[in-house]
Design a protein around this ligand. Structure first.
Ligand code: FBP
Length: 559
């Protein structure tokens, strides 16, 4: 029986690249402090909540000939939130750096996400364990979870577990919510003189954990290349059979970075951008009219086929639905312990909710099909987010577009055929073999996380910049987590959280879509990117995303 695929055997041998500042060795690093920082918004509140970790300076590392050894240390690592390609390499980079610093150092992996550190479920990593997972996708080396770290009891338990294992540093690999956990834990440890540092690493395929200091989160590169391969295959199928409209929902809980990037890689006929829908205050009806209009125009040209990309988070950006969901979140939070609601039958539940919403929100709620209502009432995740991956927006749109086209047909304004297929690409890309970019980037992030620990820092996010240049020129350092925070309403209350980066409608990436979409809608400019390449010319296998390329070009031009 085969245990490893041929590609896996080859990928295990891949040696990820490090920036030259780190490749000189973990014991030969020099730290430079930059400017002190401020949080992106709500400064007074964030400063008050993070009295001990607020406002620290930016950090950069460079290589030096001076050697600085390190006493024996035990470190713990947590994989948190949704899977993203490259997580195993973050752990491999951290492990290699820690063993290079002192072979007696130990790395513990907490199992099943943040709950592992609370419940004391862990493993100790060995060479054998790490070597089996190098350059592979998935988080299965220790598993992941979405537990929110926020209560005194949880922090006390984490402290007890760390003390038992003599852990003096914890690395949390996660997205915005998980790094909010990291910031809370870092603050609590300092406040309680625990002697335990906390460092975060920027993960999420959604690409929304980014700012001036973090160019992109890891996993975005591989996931968007994987989805683009699949979209390209469907474009070709549509163009061959010429009989289906494919509605493809793409992951990305809030921001549309995944939709935008895959659109630039494949050039489909329709790409909805949630941020634009919100900015233009488009109603659900206007979105349906926009799609139906393109379907009709293509039909006039004899093309009863096409591809539409729908962002996963769309529903939360349509103003009337956003307002309704906000009302719904407050209502559900208030009904959390209400047994008459909990035990009610579905129709009764809809009735209770409708009566608690204001009249406008109640009207919107009532207008939705039952299946969407059910999906909107499902439990929020532990961080209070609506589980948009379970809401079938693509089906809702197909149904509404089809009704609109039937009306147009009656009025003599459409005479084509509309036969639709729906898809949801999300989980297909989250555990793919990391691209060379993500393999290198993740390994560097993990290696760099240990450098931050070695210099005694806490409450920082590991940062690797200048990512559209070759890896040797990447810049390693750290960004204070509090710099990225603001206050947001979760489970009905205002809480400190890392601010999500949404698609900038004035940014260079969206502009490319905007300039081309009329042409792409009617003429078939499809691009078929094919599968990710791991070996071969660097121009093919080390290629970066359009998002990174375009954003960095603009940054470079303004320097
Ligand atoms: P993270 O923010 O934790 O990286 O997760 C992102 C994501 O992949 C979203 O795109 C998606 O909506 C969500 O996870 C799905 O969550 P789950 O894995 O719990 O179904």
């Amino acid at each position: 029986m085969k245990e490893l695929s041929p590609l896996q055997i080859e990928r295990l041998k891949y040696q990820p690249k490090l920036p030259s500042s780190l490749s000189g060795g973990i014991n030969n690093l020099e730290l430079t402090e930059g400017n002190k920082t401020q949080s992106v918004k709500d400064r007074e509140q964030i400063k008050e909540l993070f009295k001990n970790t607020y406002g620290k300076p930016l950090i950069t590392f460079k290589s030096t000939s001076k050697t600085l050894t390190c006493e024996q240390r035990n470190i713990g690592v947590i994989l948190s939130g949704g899977q993203a390609p490259g997580g195993h390499n973050v752990i491999a980079g951290l492990y290699d750096a820690l063993k290079q610093a002192n072979p007696k150092n130990k790395l513990y992996g907490f199992l099943g996400g943040p709950s592992g550190i609370i419940e004391g479920n862990y493993i100790e990593f060995t060479d054998e364990k790490i070597n089996a997972y190098r350059n592979t996708g998935g988080f299965d080396i220790i598993g992941s979870g979405r537990t929110k770290l926020e209560t005194e009891e949880q922090f006390q338990s984490a402290l007890k577990v760390c003390k038992k294992l003599e852990i003096t540093g914890v690395v949390i690999i996660g997205g915005d919510d998980s790094n909010t956990n990291a910031a809370m834990l870092a603050e609590w440890f300092v406040k309680n003189n625990a002697g335990i540092q906390v460092i975060g690493c920027p993960k999420t395929i959604d690409g929304d954990l980014k700012n001036d200091q973090i160019e992109i989160s890891f996993g975005f590169d591989t996931a968007t290349k994987t989805y683009s391969e699949l979209i390209g295959n469907i474009l070709r199928d549509a163009n061959s059979a010429k009989k289906y409209w494919h509605f493809i929902k793409l992951m990305g809980r809030s921001a549309t970075h995944v939709g935008l990037e895959t659109a630039l890689q494949t050039q489909p006929n329709i790409t909805l951008i949630s941020e634009e829908v919100e900015e233009k205050k488009m109603s659900l009806k206007q979105i349906v009219d926009y799609i139906a209009d393109i379907v009709a125009k293509r039909a006039e040209a004899g093309k009863n086929f096409g591809i539409a990309l729908i962002p996963e988070g769309l529903i939360e950006f349509i103003p009337e639905i956003k307002s309704m969901i906000s009302g719904l979140n407050d209502t559900l939070a208030a009904l959390e312990n209400d047994s008459s609601y909990k035990n009610a039958e579905e129709n009764k539940k809809f009735e209770i909710i409708k009566n608690k919403l204001n009249s406008e929100n109640a009207e919107v709620f009532a207008s939705l099909p039952v299946i969407i209502k059910q999906q909107l009432l499902m439990d929020r995740d532990p961080h209070g987010n609506v589980q948009v991956s379970k809401i079938e927006t693509e089906k809702l749109l197909i149904q509404m577009v089809s009704e609109k086209l039937a009306e147009m047909k009656k009025a003599g304004k459409y005479s084509g055929k509309f036969s639709a297929q729906c898809h949801f690409f999300g989980y297909e890309g989250r555990c793919a073999f990391p691209s060379n970019f993500d393999a290198d980037y993740c390994y560097s992030l993990g290696f760099n996380a240990f450098a931050l620990l070695k210099f005694g820092l806490t409450g920082y996010l590991s940062s690797i910049k200048n990512l559209s240049s070759p890896a040797k020129d990447w810049i390693a350092g750290g960004v204070p987590l509090t710099m990225m925070m603001n206050m947001e309403k979760r489970h009905g209350e205002f809480k400190p959280v890392i601010k999500k980066a949404l698609v900038e409608l004035n940014g260079p990436v969206f502009k490319v879509l905007e300039q081309n979409r009329e042409d792409w809608a009617l003429n078939d400019r499809y691009i078929f990117p094919g599968a990710i390449q791991y070996f071969g010319p660097s121009s093919v296998c080390d290629i970066v995303t359009e998002t990174l390329k375009l954003e960095n070009n603009v940054k470079l031009a303004s320097v």
